[in-house]
Ligand binder design. Structure first.
Ligand SMILES: Cc1cc2nc3c(=O)[nH]c(=O)nc-3n(C[C@H](O)[C@H](O)[C@H](O)COP(=O)(O)OP(=O)(O)OC[C@H]3O[C@@H](n4cnc5c(N)ncnc54)[C@H](O)[C@@H]3O)c2cc1C
Length: 481
């Protein structure tokens, strides 16, 4: 029987394990942490539960196809709910926009609340859809490569390449398309889904808005961690053997191939090795030179707050924008610092999953974007941010928050580095701030024929859907060896 050793039980490691086991391979997964999930983590404290990583779920067809490939149905393992309201946006001037998941209703809300003409938003979302359809076969679902430049997909795409707008920044594109600063800021935000700067990242990143606003946003009924648990359960049923608290230390090579992996639990022979460790850093089994902070995506400071009351002004996903968005990104990417006024994201899973907080209580995940770790004084930065964040939220919601905090924890960029192996705490490996950054991501194929890389730091990119795609691309290559 063919056998594979997978390093890391994050989303892409779990998904690769399922695909290979379903294809009849013997699969073992070695994970440094004590359980599955990687960045998709969970924290329990004082009767509260928080998802500690991703909170927005899009492109569920990829997860459905993964379960289908193993002869199962996604809904039996991970029931998903389609959100009717995706995000509640609050702008610095007091404007509030509820973004419904239906595109026409969203465009109407933007016109009613900000004055952005409906037509602008609908034309923009239509353009995002066409861009998605263009990039999906040539870049997202297959590795870009010289060998494919005369393939049917590529030949069909060439006449439309101007649509990528790779040499225009996302913000400059939005400044041309939209009339109102609110619409520009709202759509600029999608650059942060890849940890990038909308003032320098290419307008190609508008493809991200397509998934949310044309295809819809979803939420697992048992919270985001329910997704990791569902993948893990299916892997167990398929016979995958998981080894937690087992760190891969070194790949052992013999005759130009990877022969096995030295782990903290001993040496393991392997026919194929798939690493989902972050390739940007020294433990990625790939690069000689780890990426410097300037090349990395953003990190985050997250506060997990348990509150002894509920706040009707909040929905599941809430965004409180800063007054000077450009300065936030300048501070983050040029100065590796935090701006005094930061945009704040608040995610309250107990709005949909009541068991995540005691009755009458709420579990807040409060996040601000932060630079990757370059030795900053995170204790001081986090303490200062906490007060600024609470001041801003109290003012914006018009209600006291501090006296109602009954449980609290926090996650800093340095914690992200230690808990998930994220190099310098960057959420998505390299940033996408340059015109062709997407094409320079590390490929799924590793430096040896039987070595592969998956996950948020490699092609096609970070985030749950792209991690699932990297697992699919890697498996297709492995099965064709
Ligand atoms: C705060 C936050 C918010 C996010 N929000 C969203 C969102 O809303 N929507 C979205 O789609 N995505 C979001 N993401 C991104 C998404 O979570 C990640 O892209 C995805 O989960 C990464 O999966 P992965 O397969 O790369 O594995 P990772 O989650 O990076 O896990 C890698 C695993 O490998 C293990 N490992 C590393 N080195 C070794 C070794 N040497 N030996 C053994 N094990 C090792 C680590 O312990 C870890 O468990 C967010 C991420 C974070 C952190």
């Amino acid at each position: 029987m063919k056998n594979a050793l997978i390093i890391g039980a994050g989303v892409s490691g779990l998904a690769t394990a399922i695909r290979l086991a379903a294809a009849g391979w013997a699969v073992e997964v070695h994970e440094a942490a004590e359980g599955p999930g990687g960045k998709m983590g969970s924290l329990e404290q004082d009767g509260f539960r928080w998802d500690t990583g991703p909170s927005l779920f899009t492109w569920p067809a990829l997860a459905e196809e993964l379960f289908h490939s193993a002869g199962r149905s996604l809904s039996e393992y991970i029931p998903l709910r389609r959100l009717s309201l995706i995000t509640r946006y609050r702008f610095a001037d007091g404007t509030l926009v509820d973004a419904p998941s239906e595109a026409e209703a969203f465009a109407t809300a933007l016109e009613r609340q900000c004055g952005e003409p409906v037509r602008n938003t609908l034309n923009y979302l239509d353009d995002c859809r066409r861009l998605f359809e263009l990039t999906r076969p040539v870049f997202l679902e297959h590795p870009p490569g010289i060998g494919r430049i005369f393939s049917k997909d590529y030949l069909q795409a060439y006449p439309h390449l101007y649509r990528l707008r790779a040499w225009t920044s996302l913000h400059r594109h939005h400044a041309r398309v939209f009339h109102t600063p609110q619409a520009m800021q709202l759509f600029d935000r999608y650059a942060t889904y890849s940890g990038s700067n909308p003032y320098s990242a290419p307008a190609t990143l508008r493809v991200i808005a397509h998934l949310e606003h044309n295809e819809g946003a979803y939420f697992p009924e048992q919270g985001m961690y329910g997704f990791a648990r569902g993948l893990y359960r299916l892997g167990q049923e398929l016979g995958v053997s998981y080894h937690f608290n087992s760190r891969a230390l070194r790949l052992v090579e013999r005759s130009g191939r990877i022969a096995g992996v030295e782990t903290t639990r001993g040496y393991r022979e392997a026919g194929v090795v798939v690493s989902s460790a972050d390739v940007s850093g020294p433990e990625g089994f790939s690069r000689k030179d780890p990426l410097p902070p300037e090349r990395l995506s953003s990190s985050a400071i997250i506060f997990f707050l348990g509150l002894n009351k509920s706040y009707p002004g909040l929905d599941l996903h809430n965004m409180f924008f800063s007054a000077d968005y450009q300065n936030e990104f300048r501070q983050m990417f040029s100065e590796l610092n935090l701006a005094p006024d930061m945009s704040i994201y608040v995610f309250v899973s107990s709005k949909l999953v009541p068991s995540d907080a005691p009755p009458g209580h709420e579990n807040w995940f409060v996040m601000v974007n932060a630079p990757p770790d370059a030795g900053q004084d995170w204790g001081r930065l986090a303490a200062e941010s906490r007060e600024r964040i609470l001041d801003k939220l109290e003012q914006s919601l018009g209600q006291p928050i501090r006296p109602h905090i009954v449980s609290e924890a926090r996650l800093l960029p340095t914690d992200l580095a230690t808990t998930s192996g994220a190099w310098r705490g960057a959420l998505y490996g390299p940033n996408g701030n340059r015109a062709m950054s997407a094409f320079h991501r590390h490929p799924v194929q590793g430096r040896r024929k039987n070595l592969f890389h998956t996950g948020g730091s490699v092609h096609p990119g970070g985030g749950i859907p792209l991690c699932l795609l990297s697992a699919r691309i890697a498996t297709a290559k492995i099965l064709s060896l």
